[in-house]
Structure formats: C-alpha cells, structure tokens
Design a protein around this ligand. Structure first.
Ligand code: DUT
Ligand code: MG
Length: 594
C-alpha cells in the first residue's frame, strides 16, 4: 500500500482541527495525569494506617492515643476517592466535547472539499468509499481523541506515578518489578508491526462493503430487471465474509501476543511475594510498604494488558486518518486562476472552440481532436454523431468540467480558464444526459439554481419545457416531492423538469445533452417552439439524435471519432450527401414506414 505524504503529521492535523479547544484538551490531559496520580493516595494512606495502627509493636497504643488521626486518614481516603471520581467525570466530558467538536468540524470541512472537487475526483473515488471516509473513518478519528489519547496518557501517568512511588519506598523491589517493562515494550513493538497493515486492509474491506451496499441500493432497478438478487446477495455475502474474516484476523493478532503479556503481568505478584517477602523478613521494608506495593500491582499490570487494545485502536485511527487526510488535503485541479477575470455582467453568449483536443486523464486515447467552431450569440448549434463519438465530452469543456489537452475554449472571446468558475457556470444552463432530480418538490427542483425564483416564473419555465401540463395534473402539483424518495416520474417527464431547471437561471448559454430524447415528437415540437421564443437572449448548444430536433439549427456539427466531419445548415449538409444526409434518409424513411 502506497504511503501518502501529507503537509502535517496525524497528530499535527488533529491539533489544527481543535483550534479553540486546545486549552480544554490540555486541561483534560492534565486532569488525566492528576486523577492517575490520585490513585496513589489510597495505597499511601493504607500504608500509613497499616504501619501506625495495625502492625508494629505500638499499634494498639497508637490507635488509642491518636484515634482522631486514624479517622482523619480514613476520611481523607474517602474525600480523595470522591474528588477523583469528579475529576474523571469532568475529564471524560471534556474529551468527549473536544472530540465531537473536532468531528463536526472535520466532517463539514470534508463535505465542502468533496462538494468543490472537480470531475477527475468523482471519476476516481467511489461513492461508498467517500461515505466510509465521512462516517466510519471519521469516527475512528473521534475515538482517537476521546479514548486513545486519554488511555495512552492514563497508562503512562499511572506507570510513571507508580514507578516513582515504588522507588521512593524500596529501590530493590521497584527495580525487580519494573525489570519486566522492557520485555513488554519489545512485545508491543512486534505487535504494532504486525497489526498496522491488518488495519489498513480491514479499512479497505470496510469501504468495499459499503460501496457494494451503496451501489446495490441505488442500482436496485437493474438488479431487479435482470433478476440478479441472488447473485448480488451472494456477492455481498462474499464481501461481508471477507470483512468479517479480516476483522477476526486483526483481532486475533493480539491473541498471539497476549499470552506473553499475560505471563509478564502474572509474574508480578510472584516477584512481589518472592523479593518483597525476603525484604520484609530482612526488615528492609515495612508491612505497610508491602501492602502499598501489593495494592498497586494492578497499576503496573493493567497498562500492560491494555496496551494491545490501545495499540489496536491507534492503528485503526492511523489507517482511517490516512483516508480522511487524503481528502482533507486534496485540491481540485480545476480552480479559478489567481488572476481570474471578474465578469459580473451577463455574458452575451458567444462560444468558440479553437483547435481543441481532449482526452480523459485515465486513458491516452484522444476523445476529441482539432475541434474548431463558433456559436454566435443567440444561435442554435446542433451536435450530432454516433454514440461514444465525444459529444458529451465536448460540451463539458464549456463550463470547464474538464480542460482541453490542447487548444482553447472561449466564451465571449475569453478563454474559459481565465474566467471565475462561479460566474462562468452560473451563466450556463445545462441539462445533462443522466437526469438527476433531488428529493425535493418539483418547485424546488426547478428553482434549484435560483432559490428566489417566484412561483409564476417556476410555472413559466415549466411551460417552456412543456412540463406544466403534467405537473398541474399531479395531486400536489408543483409541491409534489420527486427524486429518490418521491413519486416516480417517466424519463421524458424528468427530462422536461431538468430542462425547466436549466432555463430557470436564464442562462446566456443553454446546453442540452439529449434532453428531449425521451419526449414524444409532438411535445418536442412544442419545446422547440418555446426555446425559439425565450424572453432572454441565449445561445443554444443542443446534442440530439433526431433530425426533427436539429433541422432548424443555425449550424449542425457532425462529430465522427472525435473530429468534426461535417458542418453547416440542414440544407447544406443534405447537399453534401454525407453522414447527415444518410441520417435524414434513415429517419425520414422510418417516418414513412410508421
Ligand atoms: N469516456 C471516458 N471517460 C469518461 C467518459 C467518456 O473515457 O468519463 C470515453 C468513452 C467514449 C468517449 O470518451 O469512448 C466519448 O464519450 P462521450 O460521453 O463524450 O460520448 P457521447 O458522444 O456523448 O456518447 P452518447 O451519445 O452515448 O452520449
Ligand atoms: Mg453523451
């Protein structure tokens, strides 16, 4: 798996994202150290009580003489225990608060990043994978702040505090007990090396599973149409099984190391009994000190036992953070030039291609080569050609969804890469080949590009696109919810709403990509009439297959294998007797047969 380089380390990145909360996190960390040091007070007081009042020659006399001191020590133990509980409570709240705020911040930032990405990004990343980054991966990051960091500090603080205390009581016994620590570090180091790649794999499997689920849910119609439910269920089962297996394997890595850690942890009481007992017999330590050692043995053993878990979680965070940071630091390649021209006025709508060639990043095959044409303001340009000849690719260069590999695309004689993307794109009304309507009302969908659009105007644009008639017949009219969760619309109905949405921004340039392909001839005629009578100036670039759509265009371009093979008006192209003339013959012939 390739290592990605980011401008910040993972911890540095978290630090950046808790701006304004850093003070709270530092206080929380100090709190963690504090409550772990407070752990020592109970054994410390126990040691005092044992030595003064319970063992030794004067124990009975001490107890009678200093009864109040005895009770004060007991009360102090209770008081400190309560105080410690309060600190733990506040501490957990602080970590939770910081982690949730960081999660919220990063998630919003990531969403914005994703929203502003260019087409290359969307070609590269699958939806399920992006969803995994926004949910599971980010939660691993949150968990790291809320739990892993706290646990690491807790283990170190406890270990350090206890070590200091042990050394202050008896150096020999402390050394014997802590001699086991290096062994633990070696074990943990080996474990980390083994488990880190497992977490990366696990994370990949998780993303694959989410992608499979997402694609199946959104593409369920295709699954149903081909009766492939069983096949898809089997496929999902396979991915799910792989995920479960990887998950199990990752968890089991620790199981291999655990016996060694457990043995070390279990050796601790043996060392205490053996060495401590000897020292006790030689009067080198008191019974109280022995009790204190014994009472704190868990504080050495627990961090040992916890280390595996902490490291597991840290590796999970590490794998997830790589994925999140990849998006966090990604930059779209198509952005405003630093000296982009400000063009606040309406474009007059001249579009020009000057010797444009284009190929997609992921393939070397040229999709377009040497394309040159001019669409003068107000003209209608039709683009025709066989499927896959590059029509959609061509029009996507106008709003700069992609950039030409050579040549220039100009709008109003300005190269599109010198314009501000926002100004350029808000001047272009586009109805794409795959219609996507949002889960919103029809009204909301039409007014998508201009939320201040009045009701009358929504209806006006719906009339232009011949949508008003069927929308008015719906029980809720323009308030009918459409899209994924709404009522179903036919392909032609969706196309008409998408056309109304493109028109509603009153664009200087209107681009229609096969927008009336699913509409009947009669309705299409109606739409064409409306398009020629728009109440705002607009250059139209229309991709279509039907002669009836393109016949009246000022210019028809025929694309063949990414090149313009024919160019001219309907009559000129008929005279040329080439591809277009053949198309006319084919289509009118069909009409005669019908
Ligand atoms: N292509 C890619 N990557 C993409 C999109 C398309 O490599 O993301 C290729 C496929 C095809 C060529 O580019 O060989 C042109 O595709 P385009 O979508 O421009 O073709 P079209 O003329 O719009 O075809 P259709 O009439 O089917 O919409
Ligand atoms: Mg296309």
């Amino acid at each position: 798996m390739k290592e990605k380089r980011f401008p910040r380390s993972k911890i540095g990145w978290i630090w950046d994202n808790i701006k304004g909360l850093r003070g709270m996190l530092i206080i929380a960390m100090i709190g963690t150290v504090l409550y772990n040091f407070l752990q020592l007070t109970v054994p410390f007081f126990s040691q005092l009580i044992v030595d003064r009042f319970l063992t030794g020659e004067n124990a009975g006399a001490n107890f009678d003489a200093h009864r109040s001191e005895f009770y004060t020590l007991i009360a102090a133990m209770i008081g400190i225990t309560l105080l410690r509980a309060l600190i733990v409570y506040l501490d957990c709240m602080a970590y939770e608060h910081v982690s949730q705020r960081a999660l919220y911040r990063i998630r919003n930032f990531l969403f914005e990043k994703i929203e502003r990405q260019d087409m290359h990004f969307y070609n590269e990343y699958r939806t399920g994978d992006l969803m995994t980054r926004l949910t599971g991966d980010l939660d691993a990051v949150r968990h790291n702040i809320a739990w892993v960091i706290r646990m690491i500090i807790e283990c170190f603080a406890l270990f350090t505090a206890v070590s200091i205390y042990f050394f202050s009581m008896n150096v020999k016994l402390a050394l014997c007990i802590l001699a086991l620590a290096p062994v633990i570090f070696v074990i943990v180091f080996c474990f980390r090396k083994k488990v880190a790649p497992m977490h990366q794999l696990l994370r990949e499997k998780h993303a694959q599973m989410n992608t499979a689920a997402q694609e199946n849910i959104s593409g369920n119609r295709v699954v149903k149409a081909f009766s492939r439910e069983d096949h898809e269920i089997d496929k999902f089962d396979q991915i799910n099984r792989e995920y479960a297996e990887t998950n199990k394997k990752t968890r089991l890595v620790w199981v291999k190391f655990f016996p060694f850690v457990e043995t070390c942890a279990n050796l601790l009481p043996v060392v205490l009994l053996w060495v401590g007992g000897t020292l006790l017999m030689q009067d080198e330590m008191t019974m109280g000190e022995y009790v204190a050692f014994s009472g704190l043995m868990w504080a050495i053993a627990n961090p040992m036992r916890l280390l595996g878990n902490i490291l597991n979680e840290f590796q999970r965070f590490s794998a997830a953070a790589d994925k999140v940071m990849e998006i966090y630091y990604s930059e779209p390649s198509i952005v405003d030039a630093p000296d982009a021209i400000d063009h606040p006025d309406r474009f007059i709508g001249k579009v020009e291609f000057k010797d444009v060639s284009f190929s997609y990043e992921d393939s070397d095959l040229p999709v377009l080569s040497g394309i040159s044409f001019v669409a003068n303001p107000g003209e209608t340009i039709a683009i025709m050609g066989e499927t896959g000849c590059g029509k959609t690719s061509l029009i996507q260069l106008i709003p700069r969804f992609y950039e030409p590999t050579s040549g220039e695309v100009l709008v109003d004689d300005l190269n599109v890469n010198t314009l501000k993307l926002r100004q350029l794109r808000t001047s272009i009304g586009m109805a794409t080949q795959d219609v996507l309507l949002y889960s919103d009302t029809i009204d909301g969908n039409i007014a998508y590009g201009d939320s201040n659009l009045t009701k009358e105007n929504v209806v006006k644009f719906a009339r232009y696109s011949a949508a008003d008639e069927f929308v008015s017949k719906m029980p809720d009219g323009y308030n009918t919810i459409v899209g994924e969760r709404g009522v179903g619309l036919s392909g032609g109905q969706k196309q008409r709403i998408s056309l109304a949405r493109a028109l509603a921004i009153r664009p200087s340039i209107l681009i229609l990509d096969d927008t009336t392909s699913a509409v009947d001839m009669e309705t299409e005629k109606q739409i064409q009439k409306s398009l020629s009578e728009l109440d705002f100036p607009c250059t139209k670039i229309i991709i279509a297959q039907r002669i009836s759509t393109t016949k009246k265009a000022d210019k028809i371009l025929i694309l063949q294998d990414g090149k313009i093979s024919e160019e001219g008006t309907h009559d000129e192209l008929i005279r040329k007797n080439g591809y277009y003339a053949e198309l006319v013959r084919l289509q009118t012939g069909q009409e005669v047969i019908q």
